[in-house]
Design a protein around this ligand. Sequence first.
Ligand code: NAD
Length: 467
Amino acid sequence: MGPFKLLIGGRLVDGDSLMDVVNPATEGLVAQCARASKAQLDEAVAAAKAAFPAWSARPIAERRAALAAMADVIQANAAEIGRILTQEQGKPLQDAIGEAYGASAFFRYFSNIDLPTKILEDSPQKKVELRRRPLGVVGAIVPWNFPLILMAFKVPAALLAGNTVVLKPAATTPLATLKIAELVKDLLPAGVLNVIADANDLGGELTKHPDIRKISFTGSTETGRKVMAGAADALKRITLELGGNDAGIVLGDVDPVETAPKIFGAAFQNSGQVCIAMKRVYVHESIYDAMCAELAKLAEAAVVGDGLEQGTQFGPLQNKAQYEKVLGFIEEGRKDGKVIAGGERAPGKGYFIRPTIVRDITDGSRLVDEEQFGPVLPLIKFKDAEDALRRANASDYGLGGSIWSKDLDKAYELAGRMDTGTVWINKHAELAPNLPFGGAKASGLGTELGEEGLAEFTQVHVINMAR
Ligand code: NAD
């Protein structure tokens, strides 16, 4: 395969240098990829800036039609895109193809919504209306866990609103995104969407670039702080989707056998590399032993392997740094609790870690307090739901959380007091393009998806006319 090219000003171009993209399941080369220089980043921003006046002046119906055409092309090529994604990201092929379909669905959603002018007042004295104008060039920065879905949180909304885009995937997962760029390039006027790849060195440049009006960023809280600082001088608009440490609170009335598979799925999907994975579970003491045993059983039965092999449920960690980090968290778990499933470094090549369950651990351990972002789940015992809620809310993070109970009234009441952007009841980590998504506290700033997310790609513009 490859080398994969950049998309700048409507043309597929070589990078000023090349970089290797590694398969985390084999540690072998997937393909070479064009690596953009700072000069090429400037070219991409200049192309987006030049394309902005005509694109923003188009009737929204035309922009919607372009998004629908992009959705069709992504959908039609989902199998090929998914195969590339599995090789660079590690996730099982069915999940990777599913992610490509998901991205297509997000483009489709935005191809069906509108940005109507709102009449705020219409009286004999005056007429006041609220319009939404596009901002200009948007820089979209994406991490390596869900390269396509997270791209699709940003690109269709930005384009629908009339902005132009410079998109930068993560250094270890640029290929599927560049493949999509190649497939959709003729569906948009030159320069409306530009895609560059870097070796983790151009995010800061994009953030500071004077011709970029908004940064839509998904990644770690640490990098999010740098984005916020980098955007401050020019008072750039920013949306930050950052890290999380989602808690699940499982009350004593649930059936462990029925609930454990749902919790397991929410914690270990994508080998735990999900911003809204369940990262710590508070379980009522009356069912604690049973829940631990059920989750350990599921962990032991999990099929971990190369995502291209049939039957694989969980792939490797995406990169070596994350692999080492998660192994470190497992050692913390071993020190502060008891590992009852997994916990071993797999022999041979590839960054594989089996789903790992840690019991008899509590707050104060790094594995509970910090974001592990990998396949290791701490289970914490509680007596009193109020105390569990207090501990869940004590985190600096506030992305998602969940309450599990047969008593929906009780669960609903507790959910209302969870200090997070989203709270699920009897499920976890469900997203949809029409549901606004954003983090509380150190998990982010602003909102993506839904009409609220779309609005963040616009400037409010009020016209107030005397009659
Ligand atoms: P990261 O912050 O290291 O990298 C994310 C992106 O930022 C990459 O494209 C990277 O090249 C770029 N970048 C690096 N330095 C930059 C800088 N100084 N300025 C601007 N951009 C820069 O994050 P990661 O390790 O790739 O992703 C994992 C993290 O992302 C986890 O904390 C996870 O919870 C979080 N995440 C959050 C969400 C969400 O929606 N809230 C979704 C997925 C992942």
